[in-house]
Design a protein around this ligand. Sequence first.
Ligand code: ADP
Length: 262
Amino acid sequence: NDRLWLQVTITRYGNSEHLMVVRDITRLHQLEQMRKDFVANVSHELRTPLTVIAGYLETMLEHTDEMPPRWPRALNQMNQQAGRMQHLLNDLLLLAKLEATSPPSNTQPVAVAKLLQSIKGDALALSAERKHQITVEADDTLMLKGSESELRSAFSNLVFNAVKYTPDNGEIHVRWWCNEHGAHLAVQDSGIGIESKHLPRLTERFYRVDSSRASNTGGTGLGLAIVKHVLLRHQGRLDVNSTPSRGSTFTCHFPLSQATVI
Ligand code: ADP
């Protein structure tokens, strides 16, 4: 805690002159840390009462036949909103954990192809009536060193987003492959797409292209922030290509040192 945080900027003038500015950002860093701790603590404290509320709501929903006519609909709404809040708190806590802890070490190779099949199953189960076509083309000899649970969170967010932002009957294609530049995972959809002016800000917390639509899709606005942090912890980076009304492709690139072939 008694560390000094310095920000150094070097600007070059002409051929031989440089200007170096050193700024003490220790206080800024401490404030940022306090903000992170506060968010993590509040999320943690809210989780327990919310679990109790959600539990009672579910029990009450098992007895709707004994209720006055307008109650079941109201209870259903409350239950749905409680679910959204639980989802939000879980995402906030996961993000706090990803920011606060050091990257996973001594990690086992993760079978990404198998992971993707499991994520596809979850995505289809969640959106069964929307009839998306999800195809997975994955090299099952290609493994990725890292934390399976973190990678699952990141890849699920990308696949679930593809489902959320693609109209019914749309196509989603997931690819996992390797070449001389590294290992790559691409999630391509035929959905609503994103205007280029939004692309640089997509991984900021709570950034949404269209907040009115986002509230209907049930997202938390934290999904891509989680993806960014998980990738950073696995030496990876995210690349987004998108054309409005045509679709988007989110690609994760990992260095070859993170991959192994069995
Ligand atoms: P959310 O919970 O709102 O989906 P995310 O952080 O996962 O939050 O995504 C941030 C925003 O990026 C979304 O609100 C949406 O506007 C946009 N977005 C993400 N994925 C896609 C996609 N596959 N197609 C179109 N827009 C997307």
